[in-house]
Design a binder for this molecule. Structure first.
Ligand code: AGP
Length: 604
């Protein structure tokens, strides 16, 4: 997955492109590059590694004057992260420069055809075929050439295109990869994400699949695949650009962990009024639903694993959770009586998008719970509940995960109330527990300094086990992923009751085990704590202050504010996030941009 940006207007383009690329680095950072249309044609500058290197090489833009340009930051899909594979890619005659996010699935056959036609390839990328095709198709009509070329492409692409013959113009094309247009005064932009241009404008147009846009300093024209003009509405992005800064924290991940009480308030408060739940006018008829399927990837999938308990517990509809990357190639028993709940922070995860398409085709009704407004998944779904977490920049999600949980709990309670599967008293209790969640997360953040101290004992571990039962097991899954993805310590979440069926063989002297212990299964989990301690494990228990028995068993404890068992994963998330964060700091890891990862995986 990559980030693209383009600018045309009265400013020197390169500083604008560099600022935007810096905000897009969360999408990938193997290499970066930009192209500017100047009097002598198109100038290109590319680096391996971060945007900072590009800033240095272009001397912050002073070395590359020009008022129209495109930029790219890469997460390698085709070809290793080396200079020759860095975008922009050029046509053989140098007339075109192209930046691309996505995958051209038929690029091999196109490459063979172009090579036979005499084109010389400099890279191993799929993107370069687009540049050469444009060079061959262009006869003076730029939109026509772009339409001709994109008609031959299969796969996903968000393209930014620059043509030396028309230096005051940018072309943007969207197919299955996110692409927005930023609308300014005497200047216009294209970008993978509104945050990239939020420092210059909050007026954005979300392009749909198949649409192409022609941008000049003073005009933006959008066309459909057939070349007919399309009228588009302009949205105003409400995110304050300062919200995408670090706010004084050492890392975006810590900032976003600390923001969670506010993020949950943003997700819950507008929907809780005078004891009633108002779900943004959701007109979802549940009476015809006899099963719920939850699908997502990564942490969003683990949010689904935790939220499932609340859905079955409160609205008594059978619910199961399936990885989107599995569901998309499965043969799911889905029909018009199935509600698909799709979870995604970015709303652009390729596997999740594909899973939604499979379920939609089989008649499922689709409810999306996403964070990014206007994202692909939000626009595919029949119903959308935004998590309102604000921009999440750190690759490892935190507030994106806990706000997904909050909205799942809200939906489960709303559905239980509307189906009459929970009584008035229980409804009031759950509603109170929901309203208390932001404050409980605030309380849990109080553990931050203590966790920083405890972690020093664990940061050198080769592996850590996370164990729990029911919702504690679901929370353990997310806790293990957090540790792995930011500290690179191997971690495994395990259903506590399953350990004795084999995996306990791995427990040896000093093996760190994080035991999530609470709720109705606490006594059984305490039995599992004894089992692993008997084999030399060092146990860090995550439990509630009232649970004296567990506290006595553990070597260290992290004490949670008490909430209802169904909602506990939202509170447990905070100490587990902090544990992972501090372990990563201890190990000197690149916390906001962990190796090999990207914030939103928009490729398979
Ligand atoms: C979470 O910390 C990871 N960055 C990753 O697992 C992520 O949750 C997953 O890729 C899904 O992303 P999405 O929520 O944007 O769809």
């Amino acid at each position: 997955m990559c980030g693209i940006i383009g600018y045309v207007g009265g400013r020197n383009a390169v500083p604008v492109l560099l600022d935007g690329l810096q905000r897009l680095e969360y999408r990938g950072y193997d290499s970066a590059g930009l192209a500017v249309a100047g009097k002598e044609g198109i100038g290109v500058c590319r680096v391996t590694g971060r945007v900072a290197a590009l800033r240095e090489k272009t001397r912050d833009g002073t070395a590359m004057p020009g008022r129209t340009g495109i930029g790219h930051t890469r997460w390698a899909t085709h070809g290793p992260p080396m200079l020759a594979n860095a975008h922009p890619h050029r046509s053989g005659d140098g007339r075109f420069a192209v930046v691309h996010n996505g995958i051209i699935e038929n690029y091999q056959e196109l490459r063979q055809e172009l090579t036979a036609a005499g084109c010389r390839f400099e890279s191993e990328t799929d993107t370069e075929v687009v540049a050469h095709l444009l060079g061959l198709a262009y006869r003076g009509d730029l939109p026509r050439a772009v339409r001709e070329v994109t008609a031959r492409l299969r796969g996903s692409y968000a393209l930014g295109i620059l043509c030396a013959d028309e230096p005051g113009k940018l072309l943007a094309v969207r197919q299955a990869s996110p692409l927005i247009l930023g609308i300014g005064a005497g200047e216009n932009f294209l970008a993978s994400d509104p945050a990239a241009v939020a420092a210059f404008t909050r007026e954005v147009i979300f392009l749909e699949d198949g649409e192409m846009a022609e941008l000049t300093a003073d005009s933006v024209r959008v066309f459909n695949r057939a070349g007919q003009p399309v009228a588009k509405k302009t949205d105003t992005v409400s995110w304050d650009i300062r919200a995408a800064e670090k706010g004084g924290c050492a890392h975006f991940m810590l900032k976003e962990i600390l923001e969670q009480p506010l993020a949950l308030k943003a997700a819950l408060s507008p929907r809780l009024r005078d004891g009633e739940i108002m779900l943004d006018g959701l007109d979802l008829e549940l009476s015809g639903i006899d099963r719920i399927l939850i699908t997502a990837c990564g942490s969003a999938y683990y949010a689904g694993c935790a939220g499932r308990y609340a859905i079955e517990g409160l609205c008594r509809i059978p619910a199961r959770v399936e990885l989107a990357s599995e569901l998309r190639y499965g043969d799911p028993l889905i029909d018009g009586r199935t509600l698909l709940i799709v979870l995604s922070q970015s709303g652009e995860t390729a596997d999740t998008i594909a899973a939604v398409e499979v379920c939609h085709r089989r008649g499922a009704k689709v409810l999306a719970i996403v964070n990014v407004v206007g994202s692909t998944i939000a626009r595919m779904a029949d119903h959308v509940l935004y998590t309102w977490a604000g921009p999440e920049v750190a690759v490892a999600t935190t507030k994106g995960y806990t706000t997904q949980l909050a909205v799942l709990y809200l939906f489960a309670l709303y559905a239980g109330r509307s189906r009459g599967t929970i009584g008035e008293g229980a409804y009031r209790d759950y509603l109170a527990a929901l309203e208390a969640l932001p404050g409980q997360l605030e309380q849990a953040l109080g553990m931050n300094p203590g966790i920083g101290r405890i972690v020093k004992e664990y940061a050198r571990a080769e592996s850590v086990f996370y164990i729990g039962r029911n919702t504690d097991y679901a929370a353990a899954l997310e806790g293990a992923l957090k540790l792995k993805e930011v500290s690179y310590i191997h971690a495994e979440a395990y259903a506590a009751g399953e350990l004795k069926h084999g995996t306990i063989a791995l427990i040896r002297e000093g093996q760190p085990v994080v035991a999530l212990c609470g709720g109705p299964a606490a006594e059984k989990t305490r039995g599992n704590i004894l089992e692993v301690k008997a084999r030399g494990a060092r146990v860090l228990a995550v439990t509630e202050a009232e649970d004296e028995k567990t506290i006595q068993l553990a070597d260290e404890v992290l004490l949670l504010p008490e909430t209802l068992p169904l909602f506990r994963p939202a509170v447990q998330a905070v100490p587990l996030q902090l544990f992972a964060y501090h372990a990563a700091r201890e190990r000197g890891c690149d916390i906001d941009k962990p190796r090999n990862l990207a914030k939103s995986v928009t490729v398979e």
